[in-house]
Every structure is written in structure tokens, then in C-alpha cells.
Design a protein around this ligand. Structure first.
Ligand code: SAH
Ligand code: SF4
Ligand code: F3S
Length: 454
């Protein structure tokens, strides 16, 4: 047992890591650990890391430097602190981490973290032994996850699919998360029911290729993502359903139709394309061209006219010409996104694009990124402006940061943050977990102000 041990978990990277971090915490808590918010208060530290680009990976090593100072200071007081590197850097770099950062005691991969309680107990019993577990044990990992869950907020992530078989030439995920694997439908439904019973109202289904989900129910019937969403929609207490991240080639007809028939499925979709140039899409191995993507967007808009879209873009992929970049700008203009993420291409060891000729100069990447981001910012502002004076459903979840106001914060169907001032004698908690018709009264830089309709 790990009774009374204080646990600090820091999550980097995508929502799957956020979910995994929560599940690691829950698992270690069931062995007696308690959660703390700073590494300076902890006995066990987990960094759940991201390898997607150079910078998040480098950040992990700087954090380990800070943690070493803390660990050494505690050792002087005869207190042993266990330092764990989990997640995608762990999976990708393995033993190398122990060489580069001897402060680390345990390296645990993305598909083996159900072994953590055992590994931590072993590490605590040893004087300075190192432990590594990088097995791809996705089935055992999901089995560990099959425990009833309690609400941490009104909106909860639920992982339904792991790994990726797509092998885009720039991306480490197929190597850090392994082959595509879908969790059993009934296990997912049970997890969502337990969350719903504890007060959760919004579910975001997660997977690196979430729309490639192909599960089975107890009777061995096939379950697509569309069918899964239908089942979840039957749970009364769940009012909103989202899913992320989707690959365009898995946007099947039934899923597009689901956006028309399932009211609870939010009219907002993150559908990354990465580039608007057919040459670059081919060289990235994205498996579709720009027309295919534009047709999907059109079908989704036909299915539900209030759909909004977001995407990821990479600029400066090897061989990207000015013309290719222009094609990306042109595609962005054609789609009209509500918000997007954009990155400079980052060379990742072991991926095919890393050794491609015609790597793009950093200065050119910088220029292209700033041109693209300016356009995306305009679209973001214009989308927000289009909601002015409109009445939207807002799910209220928390208190505003500005103490001088009695303010609550919620989310629109499009994930925009909305702040509402309530009268000073009302309790903000009365609003939490409720979806209320709210008129947007002012557009700020990164948020909206609104007024709840009576
Ligand atoms: N599964 C998702 C994306 C996962 S990675 C999909 O298929 O779209 C999240 C985002 O990181 C990607 O969409 C991409 O835009 C970015 N990314 C991945 N590898 C990258 C690299 N080597 N350099 C720059 N950005 C990268
Ligand atoms: Fe990476 Fe491509 Fe798989 Fe997305 S689909 S995780 S970008 S390899
Ligand atoms: Fe990063 Fe791994 Fe997610 S590399 S983006 S944490 S799947």
C-alpha cells in the first residue's frame, strides 16, 4: 500500500494524456495516495509527457532539472521522492531518459501505466534501483480503467480508442501509442453511466483516431462511433456529446448523418487537415486530397447547418513551396474555421519526414506561421463576432477569475468561454452543471460576455 503518500501529476500534450493522468491519479489514490498541486509538496512525482514536437519534449528535461533540486533537498532530510516519467517521451526514449536524467526512478510507457502501483512500491523498497516498463498492454490498461468513476468536473473525457495505424510521415504517435485499438462498447457505456450518476453532463470521447472506433458490444455486434453516440445519447443525464480527434478518411456517412439526428452531438468538429496542398498531403501520407476534405465539410454542413470547424495545420513541411503554402491559405479561406491550431514542422527522430530532403529553413517557417496565424486569428474573431446578440446554450461550470464580480463561466456548443455576472446575493454553485439560454452581449479578445435569459 501507499498510504499517505502525496502524489503530484503534471500532464503535457493532448487530451488523451489529460485523461491518462486522471486515471493514473485515481488508480494510485485507490492504493492510499493523496493528490497535491505542487511537486514541492509531494512524495511521488509523475510527468506524463508529450513527444509530438521538439519543444514539449525539451520542456520535460527542464522540469526534471527543477525536480532534481527538490529531490536532493528531501534526500538530505532522509525523505525518498520517487520520480516517474510516463507518456509518449517515456515510450519513445525509454532507457535514454535514465541516462540523461538520473533523477528519474521509473519510466513507464503509454500502454503500461496500470503497473504503476506495483512499480512505485518496488521503487520505495529499493535504495536506488531503476525500473522501466514499456510493454504495449493496451487490453490490460483498459481493464484497469474499468472501475466506476466519480465526477471531477461537469465535463469529462472518456478514452474509447488508442493508437494509430495511419503513419503520417511527420508523426510519432503510431510509435508512442502503438496500433489502433478500440475499447469494448459496454465498458465505455458503463464508465459514462457512472460519470453521469455522479453529476457529469458533458462527455468528450477521446482517441488519436476517434472516428476509426470499431468496438463490439457483449453480443459481439459491431459498434461504430455513430452507433456509440446514439447509445450515449440515451443516457438522460448526459446532455452534450463531443469526440476528438477525427481523421477525414474515417468521417463515414453514418457519422455525418449522426450530426443531423443526434441533438446532443455538439455542432462543432475538430477535423485536422494539416495542409491545403495536394502535393504536401501526399508526401505527409494523409491518404486524401483537399477536395475530399472540402466535400466532407460540405456534407457535414448539409447535415447540420450550424456546424463549426477547427483544424490543425503544419507549415514548413519538407518540400513545401510558396505555392503549396498559398494552397493552405486558400483552403482556410474556403472552409472558414471557428478556431485552429497551427505549428511549425518539427523534425521527429524515427519518422520518415525527418530524413526527407528539402527541409525548410526556420526563418521561412516563422514567416509562413505568422501569415497563417494572422488569417486564423481573423477567422476566430469573425466567428466570435457572429455570435454577438445571439442566444446560445451555455454549460456553466466554474467561477470567474475576477474577484470583484460575482461571475460564472461556461461553454457554448462551440467551446467558446462565456462569462456572466450574477447578482451579488446569488450562489454561483446554483448554476454549475446547468445548460442555460444565454444572450451574448459583448465580445472580448478570448472570451464572450453574456446574460442569462429568464
Ligand atoms: N491524430 C490527430 C493528431 C495528433 S497530433 C490527427 O490525425 O490529426 C496533434 C497535432 O500535432 C497534429 O494534428 C499536427 O498538426 C501536430 N503535429 C504532429 N506532429 C508534428 C510535427 N512533427 N511537427 C509539427 N506539428 C506536428
Ligand atoms: Fe499522427 Fe497521422 Fe495518426 Fe494523427 S493520423 S496520430 S497525425 S499518424
Ligand atoms: Fe503528445 Fe502523445 Fe498526445 S505525443 S500529442 S501526448 S499522443
Amino acid at each position: 500500500m501507499l498510504d499517505g503518500k502525496k502524489l503530484y501529476v503534471k500532464s503535457y500534450g493532448c487530451q488523451m494524456n489529460v485523461y491518462d493522468s486522471e486515471r493514473m491519479e485515481e488508480n494510485l489514490q485507490s492504493f492510499g495516495c493523496t493528490k497535491v498541486d505542487k511537486h514541492e509538496d509531494s512524495d511521488i512525482i509523475i510527468l506524463n509527457t508529450c513527444h509530438i514536437r521538439h519543444n514539449p519534449t525539451a520542456n520535460v528535461y527542464s522540469e526534471l532539472g527543477r525536480i532534481k533540486i527538490y529531490k536532493d533537498s528531501q534526500l538530505k532530510k532522509s525523505k525518498r521522492v520517487i520520480v516517474i516519467v510516463a507518456g509518449c517521451v517515456a515510450q519513445a526514449e525509454g532507457e535514454q531518459i535514465l541516462k540523461q536524467a538520473p533523477v528519474v526512478d521509473i519510466v513507464v510507457g503509454t500502454e503500461s501505466y496500470h503497473n504503476l502501483p506495483d512499480l512505485v512500491q518496488k521503487a520505495l523498497r529499493s535504495s536506488n534501483e531503476k525500473f522501466i516498463n514499456l510493454e504495449f498492454e493496451t487490453i490490460q490498461k483498459f481493464d484497469m480503467l474499468n472501475k466506476p468513476r466519480k465526477k471531477q468536473s461537469y465535463s469529462s473525457f472518456v478514452s474509447i480508442q488508442e493508437g494509430c495505424d495511419k503513419f503520417c510521415t511527420f508523426c510519432v504517435v503510431p510509435y508512442t501509442r502503438g496500433a489502433e485499438f478500440s475499447r469494448k462498447t459496454n465498458d465505455i457505456i458503463n464508465e459514462i453511466k457512472s460519470l453521469a450518476d455522479s453529476g457529469v453532463v458533458e462527455i468528450t470521447l477521446l482517441g488519436q483516431n476517434v472516428n476509426a472506433y470499431h468496438g463490439k458490444d457483449v453480443n459481439n455486434n459491431d459498434f461504430t462511433l455513430a452507433k456509440l453516440c446514439e447509445e450515449i445519447a440515451k443516457i438522460d443525464a448526459i446532455k452534450r456529446i463531443r469526440y476528438t480527434t477525427s481523421h477525414p478518411i474515417n468521417m463515414t456517412g453514418d457519422l455525418i448523418k449522426a450530426h443531423a439526428s443526434i441533438e446532443k452531438l455538439m455542432p462543432y468538429l475538430h477535423l485536422p487537415i494539416q495542409s491545403g496542398s495536394n502535393n504536401i498531403l501526399k508526401s505527409m501520407n494523409r491518404k486524401h486530397d483537399r477536395d475530399f476534405y472540402l466535400r466532407i465539410i460540405e456534407s457535414l454542413r448539409k447535415s447540420r447547418q450550424d456546424m463549426a470547424f477547427s483544424s490543425d495545420f503544419i507549415v514548413g513541411f519538407p518540400g513545401e513551396t510558396d505555392r503549396d503554402f498559398e494552397d493552405t491559405l486558400d483552403l482556410v479561406k474556403q472552409v472558414g474555421y471557428s478556431q485552429c491550431y497551427s505549428f511549425k514542422y518539427s523534425q521527429r527522430p524515427g519518422t520518415p519526414a525527418d530524413t526527407m530532403k528539402d527541409q525548410i529553413l526556420e526563418e521561412i517557417k516563422d514567416t509562413r506561421l505568422s501569415i497563417l496565424q494572422k488569417l486564423l486569428q481573423e477567422q476566430f474573431d469573425s466567428f466570435n463576432n457572429s455570435t454577438l446578440n445571439k442566444t446560445l446554450d451555455v454549460l456553466f461550470e466554474s467561477k470567474g477569475k475576477r474577484k470583484e464580480y460575482n461571475q460564472i463561466i461556461g461553454k457554448t456548443p462551440y467551446l467558446q468561454a462565456v462569462a456572466v455576472d450574477i447578482s451579488s446575493n446569488t450562489n454561483p454553485e446554483d448554476y454549475y452543471g446547468k445548460i442555460l439560454k444565454t444572450t451574448i452581449t459583448e465580445i472580448k479578445k478570448n472570451s464572450l460576455l453574456g446574460k442569462i435569459q429568464d
